[in-house]
Design a protein. Structure first.
Ligand SMILES: Nc1ncnc2c1ncn2[C@@H]1O[C@H](COP(=O)(O)OP(=O)(O)OP(=O)(O)O)[C@@H](O)[C@H]1O
Ligand SMILES: [Mg+2]
Length: 328
């Protein structure tokens, strides 16, 4: 028997694998998501996020392994799963010529929501998505952020217990992204399980656990704090106008584990910041490179992911970090 405090897994995968010809889009995925959890999936382009979500939402069968959602098998019980999950695809198609209200009505029809129930749910969703005053506006004439909220509202029309959201806020301005996440928090409070892929680290930080996919594999799956703790050593942030030269100068120094450029900063990971700092300063002075500031900094999720992927690539030997993570 399960202990009382142990949360029930609503999603479980066992060696879940999907191949498209010679490409293995998802490889040997083992994952367990608790009921009511907010789970974030991140990873570079083509790493298998969409494929994972489509497998879990019972849109397509795996090549090997299996997955269950609320105890239903995604292959043999796909119908049951579709009734209890909501899936917002990466490119959700609203009907541009239809109004907000008409789009919601259309999805209500698709899911067989009728009569009074339908009116009530639509009104509630309009309110929930803060779209009530725009209900007569054509979807094509909504802002990007409003379109995403409408897509979410359409996804919620049949009151799903589990929501799969594939990059639901990509390309949307930061204020709309925040508002979208406020809506997701409301769903979380209602007990809905949220499985969200995102390229945005601030959104990943809002998840209870985050999985990093890379080339079809789940490289790490932990709470954001635990992932940040995986970064090797300590971080010194250097501000200098000559990033490339500074990088070349400090990389070979003893105790320097890794160097990442981050905007106009150089992030230098060292085994011990207190002892290595002066050697770094001395080396920069010797090379005639100006130091605007050199400070201890706390690694964030992004540095942790880059570091994990870099270590994986170094194990492979041949490849570099070029273009691994999308800019956020
Ligand atoms: N239907 C398909 N047929 C063939 N290959 C596919 C198909 N769907 C995905 N792939 C391939 O599988 C891999 C994973 O793709 P997937 O779309 O799952 O990645 P992703 O992480 O969602 O990427 P993005 O961040 O660009 O959305 C890629 O190499 C992709 O080209
Ligand atoms: Mg995708």
């Amino acid at each position: 028997m399960l202990a009382m405090h142990e949360p029930e897994a609503i999603i479980r995968t066992d060696n879940l694998t999907k191949r498209f010809g010679s490409v293995t889009a998802v490889e040997g995925l083992n994952l367990s998501i608790a009921r009511g959890e907010i789970f974030g999936l991140i990873g570079p382009d083509g790493s298998g996020k969409t494929t994972t979500i489509r497998l879990l939402a019972a849109i397509m069968p795996p090549s090997a392994g299996r997955a269950t959602v609320a105890g239903f098998d995604t292959v043999t019980q796909a119908e049951q799963i579709r009734r209890l999950v909501g899936y917002m695809p990466q490119r959700f198609s609203l009907y541009g010529d239809l109004s907000v209200l008409e789009n919601l009505s259309f999805f209500a029809d698709v899911f067989g929501v009728r009569g009074r129930e339908r009116r009530e749910r639509i009104n509630r969703l309009l309110h929930f998505a803060r779209l009530t005053e725009f209900r007569q506006r054509r979807a094509a004439h909504l802002s990007g952020g409003m379109q995403k909220k409408l897509a979410l509202a359409c996804t919620l029309i049949h009151r799903p217990q589990v929501l799969f959201l594939d990059e639901p806020t990509t390309g949307v301005d930061p204020i709309s992204r925040r508002e979208f996440w406020d809506i997701l928090s409301g769903l979380h409070l209602e007990g809905v399980t949220l499985f969200v892929s995102t390229p945005y680290m601030d959104e990943a930080e809002r998840c209870a656990r985050v999985g990093l996919m890379y080339e079809g594999r789940l490289m790490v799956c932990e709470r954001p704090e635990q992932i940040k703790a995986l970064v090797p050593g300590q971080l010194l942030a250097l501000r200098t106008p000559q990033l490339a030269q500074a990088r070349a100068a400090v990389t070979p120094l003893p105790g320097v584990l890794e160097v990442q450029t981050y905007g106009d900063l150089l992030h230098i990971f060292v085994d011990d910041a207190a002892t290595r700092r002066s050697a770094i300063e001395a080396r920069l002075a010797e090379a005639g490179l100006p130091v605007i500031s050199l400070q201890r900094a706390r690694p964030r999720l992004e540095e942790a992911f880059i570091s994990l992927i870099r270590r994986r690539l170094e194990e492979d030997g041949t490849r570099t970090m070029q273009g691994v993570m999308r800019d956020t």
